[in-house]
Design a protein around this ligand. Structure first.
Ligand SMILES: Cc1cc2nc3c(=O)[nH]c(=O)nc-3n(C[C@H](O)[C@H](O)[C@H](O)COP(=O)(O)OP(=O)(O)OC[C@H]3O[C@@H](n4cnc5c(N)ncnc54)[C@H](O)[C@@H]3O)c2cc1C
Length: 442
């Protein structure tokens, strides 16, 4: 039996825990997947669905749900790390539309899966809401019709009562999930289909397969789905995203707040934030703001950055004064992988039989399903439109070497915080932000 939590999140308190096998001999498979998060599991899922005869194994260094997939905000959204406007400029309207339609289809497919095999994920497709609380935020929201349908102050208040909210935009293409439970449901269902899942098995790719726990696992095809919790390299930086969650809130507090539909929501600030009403009636809210460690090395201490946790609690209380005396029972964090141009990567080389996928920034819950499906199409060499999506098999632009990376990224994090402060104090669009936007490439 597992005796420790997979991670320190609210979600990992769950009883829905998949226990993997331990490795005790050399083995052979057709496909080996390294990494037991959404990317790895969805890749195995799609491969098995398309070619059930394949012998597939997944190797996870810790437990299923240890990584970002078991810690995230549960937004199963059609959002993409690069804005629609920038994408249209880069790849044109038809390609942009194909990408967003593929993401919407993935949301529905995740929903179909969750309903049948993972009801504990409480998948609820009830949309997402961005709201503005000052003139700077309002101006940016007005300029982004792609975020969703415009909601006036009154229309917004009918959905949710947020202190000082001026207007919002609502997008129906988003679902709320319990991410850890979804992942455990996925692991259990793959296991039933005959896919071998090994946990506590750190894997390293070698000629002809992998090495894991001193055993050789032969496989002509290897997929690396380790994202930010894998080896550090200059293909991505790990940016920390932290979360807090309240105790279950009373009916009277939720009557005051609203959001009985459980749509996800966020303030349209420069520093990313995101929230959901959980199925057990807590408020879970997350956000960025922790600095990048030197050398892009993961540091567990960043997951419990007190200042960021305190700022999140203060933000939640400023939205909902009814939370003033409510206890925040959980504090946790994790990292997201951000590539230099904010685009995900998915590469498969038929000659070596090696593929890798990741780099979803904070938008990996839906993207990993889509990327896993495309990886399966690549491996099976299917004639599929998805393989021509613009991020498939592209070259990854490397991040700058240190100390430029450390200084540059942390300066931008700092300036984003200043921009938000400036907008809340002046009630005007931030002047500081004019220097940030051209460098961020989004
Ligand atoms: C706090 C937080 C909030 C977020 N909120 C959202 C959100 O609301 N919506 C959204 O879409 N996205 C969100 N994200 C991003 C999203 O969670 C990730 O993009 C996604 O889960 C990545 O999935 P993955 O399978 O690629 O990586 P992971 O889930 O990180 O899985 C990688 C796994 O690989 C394992 N591993 C690493 N190296 C090895 C090795 N050598 N051998 C074996 N195993 C190895 C790790 O232990 C890990 O379990 C959030 C992320 C965080 C941290």
């Amino acid at each position: 039996m597992l005796d420790s939590k997979a991670n320190n999140s609210l979600w990992a308190d769950s009883k829905e825990r998949f226990e993997g096998k331990s490795l005790d001999s050399n083995l052979d498979f057709d496909v080996v997947v390294i990494g037991g998060g959404f990317s790895g599991l969805w890749t195995a899922f799609h491969l098995n669905h398309l070619e059930p005869s394949l012998r597939i194994a997944i190797f996870e260094a810790r437990e299923i749900g240890f990584g970002a997939s078991g810690r995230n905000g549960g937004w199963t959204s059609s959002e993409y790390p690069v804005s629609k406007k920038t994408l249209i400029r880069k790849i044109g309207l038809p390609s942009t539309e194909r990408l967003f339609s593929a993401l919407s289809q993935s949301i529905n497919e995740i929903g179909k899966f969750a309903k049948k095999y993972s009801p504990e994920a409480n998948f609820t497709k009830s949309g997402s809401l961005y709201f503005a609380r000052n003139e700077g935020q309002l101006r940016r929201l007005k300029a982004k019709p792609e975020i969703g349908e415009w909601l006036s102050e009154n229309a917004l208040r009918d959905l949710i009562s947020i202190e000082g909210a001026l207007a919002g935009r609502f997008n129906p293409e988003c679902a709320t999930v319990h991410p850890y439970n979804l992942l455990q449901g996925l692991a259990k269902s793959l296991n039933k289909k005959g896919i071998s899942i090994f946990t506590n098995s750190w894997a390293t790719r070698v000629d002809g397969g992998i090495l894991a726990s001193s055993f050789f696992i032969g496989a002509p095809l290897v997929v690396e789905a380790t994202e930010v919790y894998g080896k550090t390299n200059r293909n991505f930086i790990p940016l920390y995203s932290l979360m807090v969650a309240t105790e279950p809130l009373s009916n009277s507090i939720w009557r005051e707040i609203g959001n009985k539909e459980r749509f996800t929501f966020a303030e349209n600030a420069h520093v990313i934030n995101y929230a959901q009403r959980t199925a057990d009636d807590r408020l879970a809210i997350g956000g960025r703001g922790a600095t990048l460690p030197f050398g892009s090395k993961l540091q567990e201490s960043r997951e419990s950055h007190q200042k960021v946790h305190k700022r999140l609690i203060a933000l939640a209380r400023s939205w909902f004064p009814a939370l003033t005396n409510v206890e925040f029972t959980h504090r946790w964090g994790g990292a997201v992988a951000i590539t230099r141009d904010w685009e995900p990567y998915l590469q498969f080389d038929r000659i070596s039989g090696f593929g890798k996928l990741g780099g979803y920034a904070g938008d990996g819950v839906t993207m990993s399903h889509l990327a896993g499906k495309i990886m399966a199409h690549e491996i099976l060499d299917l004639d599929s439109e998805l393989r021509s999506l613009h991020f498939v098999n592209r070259n990854i632009r490397k991040w700058e070497p240190e100390p430029i990376r450390y200084l540059g990224v942390n300066a931008l994090i700092y300036l984003s915080t200043i921009s938000d402060l400036e907008e809340s104090l002046t009630n005007r669009s931030s002047k500081v932000n004019r220097f940030i936007e051209p460098v961020i490439l989004r």
